[in-house]
Design a protein around this ligand. Sequence first.
Ligand SMILES: NC(=O)c1ccc[n+]([C@@H]2O[C@H](COP(=O)([O-])OP(=O)(O)OC[C@H]3O[C@@H](n4cnc5c(N)ncnc54)[C@H](OP(=O)(O)O)[C@@H]3O)[C@@H](O)[C@H]2O)c1
Length: 317
Amino acid sequence: MKMLSPPKAPTFYFIGVTTSQSSSRRMFPLWMEALGRSEVLLEGVDLEIHAAPGQYRDVVAHIRREPLALGALVTTHKIDLLAAASDLFDALGPYAQATGEVSSIAKENGRLIGRATDPVAGGLSLDAILGPGYFGRSGGHVLMLGAGGSAVALALHLMRKDRFADCPERFIVVNRSAPRLARLQEMVEREAGEKGSRTGFDFIQNNDSKRNDEILAGLPPGSVVVNATGMGKDTPGSPLTDGAIFPCDGVVWELNYRGELDFMCQAQDQQVDRNLTVVDGWEYFVHGWSQVISHVLHVDISASMFAKLAELAAAVR
Ligand SMILES: NC(=O)c1ccc[n+]([C@@H]2O[C@H](COP(=O)([O-])OP(=O)(O)OC[C@H]3O[C@@H](n4cnc5c(N)ncnc54)[C@H](OP(=O)(O)O)[C@@H]3O)[C@@H](O)[C@H]2O)c1
């Protein structure tokens, strides 16, 4: 990571892995103009996946210290950043407390506030993809490949659904290493509390794509399969082999919208034959950015303004 120098103009930071390749670079100035804040600049901060805690602390301390650093959007590093720098925040929003992650860093009356926006942004996107009562209609399960920040957020979103028909009977999570699985399991148990959960969870530690194919093959028709590993963008490849067979009438959601997107290509190859709905992470991206910009710049984004921002984003995608 390059050293951050004191900003000379109001600056919004974007903390990710390959930020220069994101559509947000082109989108941001258009959004600032639409919101009447064209003086605000965007600066990307690229960190390796699971970077050293000191690097996360340096970025958060910089934002905290510099008056012209307005705040930040955090992607990929949402869990590691909060684990490394929680003491640098003055307060955390309720979703940040529930999920242990921060995707929005904002300043309010001189206090540094961390929020998790994925349960709302990811949740709005998932609801738009599935429509109301999807699990009641389809009987499908959820296979979440990856147990990082987005997986936690989407699990929380589904657990907080009021209607039975919006809750899957089973939610299977696969992660290559144990700590993230344990963290997700803790969140699920805490959230379920004494009243329990309508959804049964399976937590599987696995880093073998052939085993993932087998888990996929065991899903009922109509299941929802999510690539929340970052593979196909942050790292090469797919968590599945090219021999994987998706469930008939299923929904396949790749959380990213850029990169090689190998997992999404695997699903597209079977889209017609198996009647799959295949969706990328574009809408998730637009919701996520609008949520964080609303916190950092202290602006309300109405439905009509959101529609305008989405249109501007689509033009430079
Ligand atoms: N469209 C959008 O706006 C949007 C929004 C949110 C997220 N995303 C994207 O979605 C991806 C996930 O985001 P995130 O915030 O959840 O990231 P994250 O916190 O880094 O989580 C990724 C998880 O996937 C696991 N993993 C990696 N390869 C795996 C494999 N082959 N099999 C099983 N598990 C594997 C990692 O395990 P370890 O713990 O072992 O590393 C990690 O727990 C990122 O690429 C991010 O850019 C996009």
